[in-house]
Design a protein around this ligand. Structure first.
Ligand code: 5GP
Ligand code: MN
Length: 348
């Protein structure tokens, strides 16, 4: 078997001005993978720049960055000679600035989203069996001979816990636990990182989660939990968009719930139409990626998202038949209800 992390490491060694990027509105895996790779490249004396179309969230601001973080490519002193795209299932999620740069600058695509179309022009390492992109970056850093210590280790840990739900989801692989063990062996202070991640709420976030729990809807005989977050609610409480991060997992905690959905009112699109960001969660065989994919989104089997050009109520209404299909398909397979093809939405 070819040694993929070593091949990626070799390509990184051959370049000097390296731009490291991830998907817009990055989660802990996207940020952690970028910061970790940035520090690994700094160890090799590379010229590193980080890029994210929407910047990094405030709750991870304690992770010391290896280089400036750009949100626009307008003022690049010189073009990079390599772009590394991390945790990004499709090029357009990098933002329009960067996805057009990919036409002229060679790129490496490292990702674990199923359905990634391998848009890297120089190399693609896409493995949906990986817990997180952070795990893949950890293997590349290992192949580069960089010690997994300091901020690099903290970022990898953030990536791992973010995408495995602190080693609780199906994505908790032996590889993810091995990397966590290796980071701990090399001196990572797990409780200090956890305290930074967990004990960092603002009062507006506390109040927001209280309201969202109070107002959550349990639909479909308790199988669906839905939370709606309007901009007016965020404004009223002085809460930020990123304060919603993680709330959908709370909806999933209700024992009857098969699918949890959070709908967040986003900025209207260029034509002034309402827009809703949707986050979907499930467990086990229940596949919410199939739902997100129907609306131009994507993600993983148990965690997926999409943006719909509709207001929140309409977005929930149009998604409902597809969401019902998540459990009815499974029930049919298990013989719990008779197949009734006409009742199932057409999944293309
Ligand atoms: P979240 O709900 O936390 O925003 O995203 C859950 C998962 O779905 C993440 O792996 C994220 O990358 C992916 N995801 C979220 N929104 C989109 C989208 O619009 N398109 C694609 N392809 N993936 C998405
Ligand atoms: Mn990820």
């Amino acid at each position: 078997m070819s040694n993929v992390p070593a091949e990626v490491a070799e390509l990184l060694r051959r370049h000097d001005r390296i731009l490291v990027a991830a998907h817009a509105n990055p989660d802990g895996d996207a940020v952690g993978a970028c910061v970790a790779l940035g520090w690994a490249l700094r160890e090799l004396d590379k010229n590193v720049l980080l890029y994210n179309a929407t910047g990094f969230p405030e709750y991870l601001s304690w992770l010391r960055l290896p280089s400036p973080l750009l949100a626009s490519l307008d003022r690049l002193p010189a073009p990079p000679d390599l772009v590394v795209a991390l945790d990004c299932g499709e090029a357009k999620r990098l933002g329009s600035d960067l996805s057009s740069l990919l036409n002229s600058v060679p790129s490496i695509n490292i990702d674990h989203h199923p359905g990634n179309p391998a848009y890297g022009s120089l190399y693609n390492w896409v493995d949906p069996g990986m817990s997180s992109t952070g795990e893949m970056v950890g293997m590349v850093a290992g192949a580069l001979g960089v010690p997994l210590t300091g901020v690099l280790a903290e970022s990898l840990y953030v990536a791992l816990v973010s995408d495995t739900g602190s080693f609780a989801y199906d994505s908790t692989t032996p590889g993810s636990l091995r990397l966590a063990a290796s980071l701990t062996e090399q001196g990572l202070n797990v409780s200090a990182v956890r305290a930074r991640l967990d004990n960092s709420w603002s009062e507006p976030k506390l109040r927001l989660w209280g309201r969202l729990m109070q107002e959550a809807r349990l639909l479909e005989d308790g199988r669906l939990a839905a939370g709606l977050v309007s901009r007016a609610l965020l404004d009223e409480l002085g809460a930020a968009r990123e304060d919603c991060e993680g709330f959908v997992e709370q909806l999933r905690r209700v024992s009857s719930v098969r699918v949890a959905v959070m709908l967040r009112e986003a900025e209207p699109d260029a034509d002034g139409r309402a827009c809703t960001r949707v986050s979907l969660r499930s467990s086990g065989a229940d596949d919410v990626r199939a739902v997100a994919a129907q609306f131009g989104g994507g993600g993983h089997k148990n965690a997926a998202g999409a943006t719909l050009p509709l207001d929140m109520e309409r977005a929930l209404t149009v998604m409902l038949p597809y969401i019902r299909h998540v459990w009815s398909r499974d029930d049919m397979r298990a013989g719990r209800i008779p197949p009734c093809p006409s009742a199932a939405p057409r999944v293309v």
